[in-house]
Design a protein around this ligand. Structure first.
Ligand code: NIG
Ligand code: FE
Length: 389
């Protein structure tokens, strides 16, 4: 069944046909979708016939957001920790232990229902693809369970057994690393595309550069591709390690030295910025402009998680990146779509072009500029064009 989507006042394609780094915008446009893929893009007046018709009456359509960093498999609530932070208590990763306790205690059905609600919340705000990490189980069984359930919702699953050292291993860090790089990896690798590690020597709960290297190397040997949490709480080795190991993405990048920026600029590693985290931890925002001007490829994502940012809103992330990280609205939208798709090494999302997956997000607005201009207003939703692949 084909569907003609017409009446598109502004169509952001990111197709790269007009400019490699612009949004590539068509006006008075139409798109034909067939079997979940984009079959035709062009002027509404030249559109071919199709089985179904959707007229969006002058609204803007953009590629659906790609949320390339989220921790959605968890139970429990840490609103009190957020309130304490707003009153001055700094974040150090210690609160993760409380989410681990609640997640271990939850049944499969409870976790699945919580995850379904969170994914639906994302779609309702325009997100078409989400990466989902484990990391609140931290036993062999609980990490594998989290990835199995995450795999019911996305193919972008990430093993994050090295999120923090769990309480029962606090005095035996080496044993926990051996578990993560041994039996836990064996149980989790079949359910994951990626491996990630929270590399943050400043946190007593997270991992040093050497520990992170051991985790990532083991993951790569098990066939997983690499992502890194780094440079979140202060300067650290995360960026250099990610570049050295050719990780697809280094996420957070809140504190970057000039050497970090130089290393990223000459690399294939995408810098993923998570401004919802700076918002929710009252931290300084990194300068996205500095990265773009240096030639670094960037992505934007929510990091939706119970601790540092319990928001699933990509429009909020875009608005924060424009206001606080000095990106233009076009640069922020690019980073939240095709930039994030690059960080996941997915070529078939983040753009609206023939042959790409038909992930279309419609805005109750005439232009993508309204995502930032009308901050806080729920304008974006995924357009239902039949079964989404
Ligand atoms: O990306 N930094 C480590 N992990 C998450 C936070 C997890 C939590 O506090 O529950 C993050 O910010
Ligand atoms: Fe994270």
């Amino acid at each position: 069944m084909s569907t003609l989507v017409t009446g598109i006042g502004e169509l952001v394609t990111n197709s790269g046909e007009v400019s490699a780094d612009g949004l590539d915008i068509l006006t008075d446009a139409a798109v034909v979708v067939d079997e979940g893929l984009v079959a035709w893009v062009g002027s509404a007046s030249a559109a071919p016939a199709a089985d179904n018709l959707i007229d969006v009456a002058g609204r803007a359509i953009i590629p659906s957001f790609v949320d390339s960093h989220a921790h959605l498999v968890f139970a429990g609530d840490r609103a009190a920790e957020f309130a304490a932070r707003m009153a001055g208590t700094p974040y150090d990763g210690g609160g993760i232990a409380s989410s681990v306790r609640a997640t271990r205690a939850a049944s499969d059905g409870e976790l699945r229902a919580l995850l379904a609600t969170r994914v639906a919340e994302m779609r309702a705000q325009g997100t078409g693809t989400v990466e989902i990490k484990s990391g609140y189980g931290l036993t062999v069984e609980d990490e594998a369970r989290a990835l199995r359930i995450a795999g019911e919702f996305t193919s972008e699953t990430t093993f994050l057994g090295a999120h923090v050292v769990p309480a029962e291993y606090a005095d035996r860090r080496d044993e926990y690393i051996a578990l993560v790089t041994g039996p836990m990896l064996v149980a989790c690798a079949p359910h994951a595309k990626w491996i990630d590690v929270f590399c943050e020597p400043r946190s007593p709960h997270a991992f040093t550069g050497d520990e992170a290297r051991a985790v990532l190397t083991a993951g790569r040997n098990a066939g997983l591709a690499l992502r890194v949490h780094g440079n979140q709480l202060g300067p650290g080795p995360g960026v250099q390690l990610a570049v050295e190991l050719s990780a697809a993405s280094i996420d957070h990048c809140t504190y970057l030295s000039d050497a970090d920026v130089d290393a990223l600029a000459g690399s294939g590693t995408v810098a993923t910025l998570l401004p919802g985290v700076e918002f929710s931890t009252r931290s300084p925002y990194p300068d996205g402009r500095r990265l773009l001007d240096a030639g670094v490829r960037i992505a934007l994502a929510t990091d939706c998680n119970p601790g540092t940012c319990y928001s699933s809103s990509m429009p909020l992330v875009i608005a924060l990146a424009v206001r606080e990280m000095h990106l233009t609205p076009a640069e922020a939208l690019r980073a939240a779509t095709v930039g994030a798709a690059e960080s996941l090494q997915c070529k078939d999302i983040g753009r609206i072009a023939v042959g790409k997956r038909a992930h279309l997000t419609v805005l109750d607005a005439p232009s993508h500029l309204h995502l930032t201009y009308r901050v806080g207003v729920p304008l974006a939703r995924v357009l239902d064009v039949g079964e989404m692949t």
